[in-house]
Design a protein around this ligand. Sequence first.
Ligand SMILES: [Fe+2]
Length: 300
Amino acid sequence: MITRRGFLRLIGGSVLSMVSLSAYAVGIEPMLLTHVKRYALTPPHWPSGLTLRVVALADIHACRPWMTPERIASLVEQTNALQPDLILLLGDYVAGMRLVTADVSAPDWASALSGLKAPLGVLSILGNHDWWHDYAAQVAGAGPTVARRALESVGIPVLENDVVRLEKSGHGFWIAGLADQLAIRPSKALGRHGFKGLDDLNGTLAKVRDSDPIVLLAHEPDIFPKVPRRVSLTLSGHTHGGQVRLFGYSPVVPSDFGNRYAYGHVVENDRNLIVSGGLGFSIMPVRFGVRPEILQIDLG
Ligand SMILES: [Fe+2]
């Protein structure tokens, strides 16, 4: 028989460990344990002789106190130190929750990102939060969003259903960027039911003019079942790995496919997807089992 004292000790101990666990999840893991998540692969249609280091940042969600311009500047330094050939930004620069002490303005986060340096440059796409928190863009049902203008003002191109051809060591390749799949929110006032994506996968890929390999950037991984084999690699963010992930399982994932595309490297029918766990928070300032990550992908 468990005594009352024993029971209270048990409860007290549980409460204490809950407190320290939540301190870890809210404080330590998110803020201190940013790490570089590395992948090395030779995707389909990849020419031998093209070695390419891509470093990608996803889901920055700038806001105080969690993701200040100073912290973004430090992530920028860590990114540059990896000596990438190309830097990719996978969307959601804007705060994704209300538990913030202050906003970080678009010019401020963009100016912090302007320190990113790579020989082949920096390319970006937008995420759902970059659209959702832009009232004028929501009303118009169209951009350019504040986030897009901020990125462009610091010289970072934004690919919304657009492509760029790059070259390294005499090999060409394409970076294709999809417009956001959840860009326009439902609104009774505006007579809109359900989310409306602005993504045009076929139109985007139609802009690719030769048979060189394609890397597709798509903020939400849910497009992946529709991505043709012609695309060598798809890069996504958005899920934050569910933000809470235990034993390779995420209880809550903002994806119609649940855990299928929650996190990491997924290969389906010879098609490759890498989903970053991202850097910031959505909804609540909690991360557990999914450390904030800088994505490094060595292709070749
Ligand atoms: Fe997102």
